[in-house]
Write a protein that binds this ligand. Structure first.
Ligand code: ADP
Ligand code: MG
Length: 724
């Protein structure tokens, strides 16, 4: 048996198994070996459903099944009932007034539940347990949590850990368990070359690949599983970092435009502004300007929460560029391209740049899918004029346009620059050196590159995804914003919360009510279910709480035209309360909306809550955010309290990473990092080590000629990460 052999060659597979393996991307013996358990079930060494003692606080790992919501007719309370099951047996679970529970978890999905055991001896039950889905890497006794630094303890007692593989219809954990036994017996795991070089492994005290494969699939001790998991999560992050370091070294071997006197121009620009730059803005500007003086192009990320003033940093540094001459020229200027994620934003930035640069003798242009503009117009010196795309392309190519703002229309092949020296990308576009080359369109010189993001992600994730970029952070907001009041509303405070909302509405403000997130494995069903819950909530509010106000409804099952209508009416103030589902991006800016109520708040990621909260921070009226959690587990409350305390999206992203399963981390899928890889992100030292080791290795051997196994691992890692 060889690692590259197709599984069919060694296993008799029935059609559902074949389909499941295909879905999981497992084709070869190697793929099988690299398909890791998500957790281990301990047979008999811990609390299981068999040994529940009433009154005890317990956390159990297993599955939920048969959940049904019904109404107790006497008290008219909602109750959801069902069964929790683990290897040792099952126990009844129930929730009061949480009818959505029945749709929250899929039948048979792995979960962790925590709660207090109720009932008497023979018939225990658990009421209102907190439920956490564990698609993420989890283990029965926090096997992997916080012990990644732990030494392997040879005397640790053996476990009866039974591996549980990622769930997939058609194939069981048991099948994997036995298939892998066979693979190990045949010795195929010994044929795999270790992608992590020996010296790196030694420095980090990681097991070699052969040992680690055995340990991760059939651990005899907790510590073995933990060491193996640490090793493979490092391996993934190391491969990513090597791929980033390769890109970086390519970048650093390119020549760059030199921008002379940049500091002077930036200073001059700042002195023309009404307000003072924050010290964070000054620091970022200085970092960029230092890069402008280097011999290779800048590759930098500017991270800053919404409203932290990234545009000003872009403007001050662009100002220096559009004041610079191209090399060996007596006239003309270097060019700047600014790419925005939407047409509306491109338009807005075009207007701000006109305000910033209108006294300069330069041309500024806008290019979007719906048309092109140029400032100044020939006839009216103070305004912009429509021009044809063909004309614009000509002027960009001959260098007459110094600054061009646009959507991703800017990266089309047809656009050529004369001297593109500085490319700025606002939000979400990851550009490698090659794409930057393409943007400059094969000019000899790669532009300085600044990527700006307001997506709050933890630092370890930023270092991973943007491993090839240097990072500047705006960790300070411009002064003078109304501070938001965020409050967790207890069940008995609901009525008084509604009264506070009413006060705001009577003052002429508007409110959002966000319905709980519904997790549902079938994406097709989500919209329908969410629509139903939003409709019910809107009707309830109208009937029982706010009969005197206009209530609007926004959900994903509406047609685009209907959504537009609702948003317009809300914008115009005809609707006072907008009940919306989280599936709907509440995209329009309605400054008069200053209150947001979030139902089922504990079911959102902190980053998402923070962004929802940002909807009501758009005016000088004081904003309010009310969080109405449905369950009040310890972890949930800790997370929501962080939100009460902090208005810093990046800090919240860190709390999110600490307190939620990494599988839940906002935007995870987008980055193509596995659950195991995400686990490494909780460990800043491991990420830092991956980065340092990768950079050292690439400096020593830029073609990876001595690292064949690593090279093929890197290729697959970088393909995954660029798939968006
Ligand atoms: P971001 O792009 O980071 O979300 P913006 O660049 O749009 O933020 O800035 C948000 C608002 O803050 C804008 O209205 C801008 O004019 C203002 N602003 C930026 N920097 C400052 C500052 N130093 N002092 C006062 N207001 C500022
Ligand atoms: Mg912005």
């Amino acid at each position: 048996m060889q690692p590259e052999d197709a599984l069919e060659k060694h296993f008799r597979l029935i059609p559902p198994q074949k389909a499941a393996l295909k879905r999981l991307g497992i084709r070869t013996v190697r793929d099988l070996l690299y398909h890791f358990p998500t957790r281990y079930e301990q047979a008999g060494t811990e609390t299981t459903s068999r040994e529940l003692i009433p009154g005890a606080k317990v956390t159990l790992f297993g599955t939920l099944s048969g959940l049904k919501a019904k109404k107790l007719w006497k008290s008219r309370r909602n109750i959801t009932e069902g069964w929790f099951e683990d290897a040792s047996g099952r126990v009844k679970v129930m929730w009061f007034n949480q009818p959505y529970m029945a749709s929250y978890v899929r039948e048979g999905a792995p979960v962790r539940i925590s709660g207090t055991v109720g009932g008497k001896g023979e018939k225990p039950y658990i009421a209102n347990p907190e439920v956490e889905k564990i698609s993420a890497v989890e283990s029965a006794k926090g096997l992997f949590a916080n012990n990644s630094e732990k030494e392997i303890d040879a005397d640790a007692p053996p476990t009866n850990a039974y591996p549980i593989y990622p769930e997939s219809r058609g194939i069981t954990s048991k099948w994997f368990f036995h298939a892998l036994r066979k693979v190990f017996a045949a010795g195929a795991h010994k044929q795999i070359d270790d992608p992590i070089p020996d010296d790196v492994r030694a420095r980090l005290n990681l097991p070699d690949i052969t040992t680690a494969l055995i340990w991760i699939h059939t651990p005899e001790k907790d510590t073995h599983a933990a060491a193996a998991r640490k090793r493979f999560s490092f391996e993934e992050m190391f491969a990513v970092q090597v791929s980033r370091a390769l890109e970086r070294s390519e970048n650093d071997s390119e020549p760059a435009f030199s921008i002379i006197d940049a500091a002077l121009y930036a200073e001059r620009f700042l002195s023309t502004l009404e307000h003072k730059a924050t010290s964070a803005q000054r620091r970022a500007i200085a970092e960029i300007i230092a890069d402008f003086g280097k011999t290779h192009p800048m590759a930098r990320l500017l991270e800053g929460d919404v409203g932290s003033g990234k545009t000003l940093v872009a403007a001050a540094t662009s100002y220096a560029v559009v004041n610079s001459r191209p090399p060996n020229r007596a006239s003309g200027t270097l060019q700047v391209a600014y790419m925005a994620p939407t047409e509306i934003l491109a338009q807005q930035h075009f207007e701000s740049f006109i305000q910033y640069f209108k006294h300069l003798p330069i041309n500024i242009a806008l290019m979007t899918g719906s048309g092109c503009k140029k400032f100044p117009s020939k006839l009216h010196k103070n305004s912009a004029t429509d021009i044809s795309r063909a004309q614009l392309l000509k002027w960009v190519a001959n260098g007459e346009i110094a600054m061009i703002v646009g959507t991703h229309a800017l990266i089309q092949k047809s656009i050529k620059f004369q001297h593109l020296a500085y490319a700025i990308v606002d939000e979400q576009h990851r550009f490698g050196t090659k794409q930057r080359h393409a943007l400059a369109h094969k000019s000899e010189i790669v532009p300085h590159f600044l990527s700006m993001t307001a997506t709050p992600i933890p630092r370890t994730l930023a270092l991973t995804i943007y491993g090839d970029l240097d990072i500047s952070v705006l960790d300070e907001k411009p002064p003078g914003r109304a501070k938001i009041t965020t409050k967790i509303v207890n069940p008995e405070e609901r009525a008084s919360c509604y009264e506070q909302v009413r006060e705001q509405l009577l003052d002429g403000r508007q409110a959002y009510v966000i319905c709980p997130r519904i997790d549902e494995p079938d994406p097709a069903k989500i919209n329908a279910m969410m629509a139903k819950s939003a409709k019910a909530e809107a009707a309830r509010l109208k009937k029982e709480v706010f009969p005197e106000f206009e209530i609007g409804l926004l959900h994903g099952a509406l047609k685009p035209k209907e959504k537009d209508n609702v948003m317009q009416e809300f914008s115009a103030g005809k609707i006072h309360i907008l009940v919306a589902t989280s599936v709907v991006e509440v995209g329009v800016n309605v400054p008069n909306a200053t209150v947001i109520l979030i139902e089922g708040a504990e079911r959102f990621g902190l980053a998402q809550l923070h962004q929802l909260r940002g909807r009501v921070q758009r005016s000088s009226h004081p904003p309010y955010c009310y969080l109405l959690p449905e369950s009040r587990g310890e972890v949930s409350m800790r997370r929501l309290k962080a939100l009460e305390k902090s208005d810093d999206g990046f800090k919240l992203a860190e709390v999110d990473l600490e307190t939620r399963g990494p599988g839940d981390l906002y935007g995870r899928q987008q980055w193509g990092i596995s659950d195991l890889g995400m686990e490494a992100l909780k460990n800043p030292r491991l990420i830092a080590a991956a980065r340092t080791e990768a950079r050292q290795l690439v400096t020593a051997d830029p073609s990876l000629s001595q690292y064949g196994a690593l090279k093929s691992r890197v290729v697959s890692a970088s393909q995954e990460l660029h798939q968006e």
